[in-house]
Design a protein around this ligand. Structure first.
Ligand SMILES: [Zn+2]
Length: 166
């Protein structure tokens, strides 16, 4: 993705109030991020780990999503141990349910959307082998380019649904 400045990141949020967007703790300094090896910027808020953010290019604009990280359900089995974005398989402890209010009318009615994903949102790093999951992966013969495409496709589908009633 193209590099973004802090102001652009703060201005990108579509599903939270301006006040909330102002309070977002940004990730590493923009000049420390290897932008050309990232399909999206995703991070857990270091000051509030139950919050997470996704910022990505979408149809010519920069879209930021503010998400809640669900606490692990007690006594219930998680539905998936596969990341819904990069399809990396993890031990359940490395998968989290991220949910976000939808933008616009549906969001005002309290409608949210969730997705199971790598709990550290390191998808771009997993598909490049920069991070290794703790369990063996199903064998796959996709090229990096194909993995990038799949990740972007899944990100876009999620964003599309969040923005549906904007
Ligand atoms: Zn992932």
């Amino acid at each position: 993705m193209e590099p973004l400045g802090q102001d652009q990141i703060r201005a990108s949020f579509v599903n939270c109030t301006k006040g909330e967007a102002k309070g977002v703790t940004l990730p590493a300094r923009p000049d420390e991020i290897p932008w050309d090896e990232r399909e999206f910027l995703g991070w857990r808020d270091p000051k509030a780990t139950a919050r997470a953010y996704l910022v990505l290019p979408y149809q010519g604009e920069t879209v930021g999503l503010s998400l809640r990280v669900a606490p692990r359900p007690k006594g219930r089995v998680l539905l998936s141990n596969m990341c819904g974005l990069c399809t990396t398989t993890h031990p359940l402890s490395d998968i989290a349910l991220f949910s976000g209010r939808r933008a616009g009318k549906l969001g005002r009615e309290g409608n949210t959307l969730g997705i199971y994903a790598c709990s550290n949102l390191g998808c771009s790093r997993y598909i490049r082998g920069e991070l290794k999951p703790d369990v063996p992966q199903p064998s796959e013969t996709l090229t990096l380019e194909e993995r990038v495409f799949r990740l972007e496709d899944k990100l876009h589908r999620f964003v599309e649904r969040v923005l549906e009633s904007r």
